[in-house]
Design a protein around this ligand. Structure first.
Ligand code: ATP
Ligand code: MG
Length: 284
C-alpha cells in the first residue's frame, strides 16, 4: 500500500478556515472544481460537500457531468482547477492509486468485477494475501465470508462461485463488500441499481444504507428518484456542469429535483422545509 504522504502533496497552503485533519470538516469537499475536454466545459466551478456517515445522491440529466465528477474524485481525470479537500486538508488526487490510498473506492456499473474469477478472487484482486510466497486462500476466504456476512449478504450460494454466475444485485453486493473489506472511507457508485429488478434494488439500497450507518461516506449517482429519496441524506444536482443545488434531502422533493435537473433552477419550495440552499452554501 502506498502511503498517502508519498503520493499526495498538499495543493497549497492550508485553506482559510481549515486545519489539518479538522474534525469538523466534511470527509470530502470540492471547491470550484473545473474540468474541460477541448471545447466542452464538463465541470464549471463545482462545489460539493460529502460528509461521512451519510449518503449523498448526485442527480443530473444525461451529459450533466456526473460521471466526469466522480471520475475526477476517483483520480481518473485530473481537475483543471479548484480544490479538493480531504478531512479539511487540500490534496491532489492524480491517479486511482492516490484515491485508493486515501480510502476512496469506486464501484462502476459494469467494470466492477472480473467475470471469470470467483467472489474471493475478485475481492482480493491486486491485493492477494500470501503466506510463505503462496496465496493464503484460507485467510482470504475467511475474510471474504466474514465481510459478506457482516453486511448480511446471505443470498450467495458459494463464495467460490464465478462472478459470471451471480445476479446483478449480487454482483453489486460483492463490489460493495470489497470496498468494506479494504476499509474504504468513501464509496462512490455510478448508477448502482440501473440494471436491477425490484428485489435486487431493495437489497443494494439496503447495503448502501448500512455502509453509511457504519460511518462511511457514500456517494451514489442515480437517475431514479425512488432510489434517491429512499436512501439519500443529502442531494446534489448538476446541470450542464454546474452544481445548481445541494443540501439535505428533506429540503427537496421529486418535482424540485426534476426542475433543477431540466432547467438548472426551481421556483418551488417544499411546504414543510426551508429554502433549498444554493450550491456552495450547503449546510453541513
Ligand atoms: N473523455 C471525454 N472526452 C471528451 N468529452 C467528455 C469525456 N467524458 C465526458 N465528456 C463530456 O462531458 C460532458 C459530461 O459527461 P458525463 O459523462 O459526465 O455525463 P453524465 O452526467 O454522467 O451523463 P449520463 O447520465 O448520460 O451518464 C458531456 O458533454 C460529455 O460529452
Ligand atoms: Mg454518466
Amino acid at each position: 500500500m502506498v502511503s498517502t504522504g508519498q503520493v499526495l502533496s498538499p495543493a497549497e497552503p492550508e485553506p482559510t478556515g481549515s486545519t489539518s485533519n479538522d474534525q469538523s470538516a466534511p470527509l470530502l469537499e470540492l471547491r470550484g472544481v473545473n474540468k474541460r475536454f477541448g471545447a466542452v466545459q464538463a465541470l464549471r466551478g463545482v462545489d460539493l460537500v460529502v460528509p461521512g456517515g451519510q449518503v449523498t445522491a448526485l442527480a443530473g440529466d444525461n451529459g450533466a457531468g456526473k460521471s466526469v465528477l466522480i471520475k475526477t474524485i476517483a483520480g481518473i481525470h485530473g481537475a483543471d482547477g479548484g480544490q479538493v479537500l480531504w478531512n479539511g486538508r487540500a490534496v491532489h488526487v492524480r491517479s486511482p492509486r492516490d484515491a485508493a490510498a486515501l480510502g476512496i473506492e469506486t464501484v462502476y456499473q459494469d467494470l466492477a468485477l472480473c467475470d471469470n474469477l470467483d467472489i474471493v478472487q475478485n475481492m482480493f484482486l491486486g491485493r492477494e494475501r500470501t503466506s510463505s510466497a503462496l496465496l493464503d486462500e484460507e485467510a482470504m476466504e475467511t475474510s471474504a465470508r466474514e465481510t459478506l456476512t457482516s453486511l448480511s449478504v446471505t443470498t450467495v450460494r458459494s463464495i467460490r462461485q464465478p462472478v459470471a454466475s451471480l445476479s446483478g444485485g449480487q454482483r453489486q453486493a460483492v463490489a460493495i463488500a470489497k470496498s468494506v473489506l479494504w476499509n474504504s472511507k468513501l464509496v462512490i457508485m455510478d448508477e448502482p441499481t440501473a440494471a436491477l429488478g425490484v428485489a435486487q434494488t431493495a437489497m443494494v439500497l439496503d447495503l448502501v444504507r448500512r455502509l453509511a450507518d457504519r460511518g462511511l461516506a457514500v456517494m451514489i449517482v442515480s437517475h431514479n428518484m425512488n432510489d434517491v429519496f429512499q436512501v439519500a441524506d443529502r442531494l446534489a444536482v448538476l446541470y450542464l456542469g454546474r452544481m445548481v443545488a445541494a443540501g439535505p434531502a428533506d429540503q427537496f422533493d421529486r418535482q424540485i429535483v426534476v426542475d433543477y435537473m431540466t432547467t438548472g433552477e426551481s421556483r418551488r419550495r417544499r411546504d414543510d422545509a426551508g429554502p433549498v440552499p444554493p450550491a456552495g452554501e450547503v449546510a453541513r
